[in-house]
Design a protein around this ligand. Structure first.
Ligand code: HEC
Ligand code: HEC
Length: 163
């Protein structure tokens, strides 16, 4: 009888100890790992977080109708995995220029449209042009060239002034 009770006490103690350990070692999921760090960012501001960049990537994917590996390279060690920080895929740098271009269009031109009368000026995004395709227009469109300065070194003579 006494032995039985001692066994019971032992078992209960063991269960209590294990549960206590489980409770002590439990941490909410977001504290278990360090937040992921960005490794090779050249266009997004230094303040951008991994989460924000990751969310922006889903938008790129949708706006161009492509998968992540259209712009990103596969890992050299394990080709089944992606190496998002690598610049091996040349499309990634083309995209960086596209980001700079889009930003400049908005800052320099679109953002300057006076909009005191309406809500908010509509900014240019990747989707404005791409609309679900990496090559937005298929065939190059045919339209009259913008009047602008001709390429340097190839200037036609100025038309005569009548004065
Ligand atoms: C249209 C091209 C494009 C697509 C599609 C794309 N990415 Fe990116 N991604 C980029 C570019 C460009 C950068 C670097 C931005 C910079 O330099 O500021 C980048 C950066 C990243 C980074 C940061 C890597 C680091 O640590 O430096 C991650 C993570 C990432 N992409 C994940 C993804 C995922 C996941 C997908 C698919 C859902 C995806 N990307 C789709 C172009 C793309
Ligand atoms: C003003 C229109 C416009 C905007 C805005 C724009 N693009 Fe583009 N993009 C183009 C055109 C035009 C091409 C050239 C397609 C070709 O090679 O014939 C192109 C090419 C690309 C390519 C290369 C495709 C390939 O297979 O060679 C990528 C990637 C790309 N854009 C991503 C983006 C992303 C991401 C954004 C937003 C940050 C963006 N673009 C914004 C017009 C635009």
């Amino acid at each position: 009888m006494f032995i039985m009770q001692r066994k019971k006490v032992l078992v209960i103690t063991a269960i209590t100890a294990v549960s206590a350990l489980m409770v002590l070692s439990f941490k909410p999921i977001d504290q278990q790992q360090e937040p992921k760090k960005l490794k090779n960012i050249k266009v997004y501001p230094a303040t951008a977080t991994y989460k924000e960049v990751d969310r922006a990537m889903d938008v790129f994917k949708a706006d161009l109708g492509v998968h992540c590996d259209y712009c990103h390279a596969h890992s050299k060690e394990n080709p089944k995995k992606m190496d998002m920080a690598s610049d091996e895929n040349p499309i990634k740098d083309i995209t960086r220029d596209m980001m700079r271009m889009t930003d400049e269009m908005n800052k320099k031109y679109i953002g300057n449209i006076p909009h005191a009368d309406t809500v908010k000026v509509q900014m240019v995004t990747c989707k404005t042009c791409h609309r679900g395709a990496p090559k937005p227009f298929g065939q190059p469109p045919v339209y009259p060239k913008f009047p602008g300065p001709p390429p340097a070194g190839n200037q036609p003579p100025l038309p005569p002034h009548d004065k």
